[in-house]
Design a protein. Structure first.
Length: 268
């Protein structure tokens, strides 16, 4: 089996460490990785800014800008060529899914998809108490403010998030739609802080089954994302172990992703 890190970031990331991607690649080589995907956060739809009510820092630091895209692709492609004799590098994006902005996302992928080899589709934003979008993973205060009506009913919180993940899995985003769903249980990032349930109820398990079935039908993949293990209030891999086991039984490939934003996090 090829040793691959399928989810990593670069110094282009506004909320990252600033560590150099090249040094991260060098570390991956030393760790014995044979394949490495550079998947920087793709730009967010411009329309989002008027439909967002969370902390502005969460929005401003979420992704690279449209203006940076050509520079990022050129940067990543040069690294791909520079290290091609030592490791297979894939260039791509971690693309945010918004049910309201599928057309914009499809047009972005149509424009840049042919310059990429490996992409991830993730949910980092969800409509909150006012119907506007809030960031799911910026900090606990922002999460509490945006979803305070659901935190006391965690199964309802989980369901709202999982329905977005199902929409992402089923969305028609064109020929360059990312084949892999990112951190399927990111909604658990602050589970220990808020005392959220450790289990998904039967209704939510059924939604997860539908997500896995959709991936199977499209030859899709699941991001086996270890970042949650190192988050103060999560302490587990995304997704839950039983979901990974079910995906394996359904022959839905699991692709290891460190979600590294720093040298320290490569391959962890």
């Amino acid at each position: 089996m090829i040793k691959k890190d399928g989810h990593t970031h670069t110094e282009f990331c506004p909320h990252g460490s600033g560590d150099k991607c090249e040094v991260m690649i060098q570390k991956a080589i030393k760790m014995g990785f044979q394949e490495y995907s550079i998947t920087e956060h793709a730009p967010l739809p411009p329309q989002l800014s008027s439909n967002y009510n969370g902390t502005q820092a969460g929005l401003a630091t979420a992704s690279i800008t449209l203006e940076q895209v050509p520079h990022y692709l050129d940067f990543a492609t040069k690294l791909q060529q520079q290290y091609r004799s030592q490791i297979k590098i894939n260039v791509g994006f971690e693309v945010d899914y918004f049910a309201d902005y599928e057309r914009w996302t499809r047009e972005f992928l149509d424009q840049y998809g042919n310059q990429t080899q490996d992409n991830i589709l993730s949910v980092h934003f969800m409509p909150g108490i006012d119907g506007k979008y809030w960031c799911l993973d910026y900090n606990t205060d922002d999460f509490e403010q945006g979803f305070k009506n659901l935190i006391a009913q965690p199964q309802n919180l989980f369901q709202k998030f999982l329905r977005l993940e199902l929409s992402a899995a089923q969305a028609n985003l064109g020929q360059y739609k990312p084949q892999r769903l990112g951190h399927l249980t990111l909604i658990r990032k602050y589970q220990d802080y808020f005392g959220l349930s450790q289990e998904f109820n039967a209704d939510n398990q059924e939604i997860i089954n539908k997500i896995l079935m959709s991936l199977k039908q499209q030859d899709g993949q699941l991001d086996l994302n270890t970042a949650g293990l190192y988050k103060e209030y999560c302490n587990q891999v995304y997704p839950d172990d039983w979901i990974s086991e079910r995906a394996q039984k359904m022959s839905v490939p699991l692709v290891f992703g460190s979600d590294a934003h720093s040298i320290l996090e490569v391959g962890h």
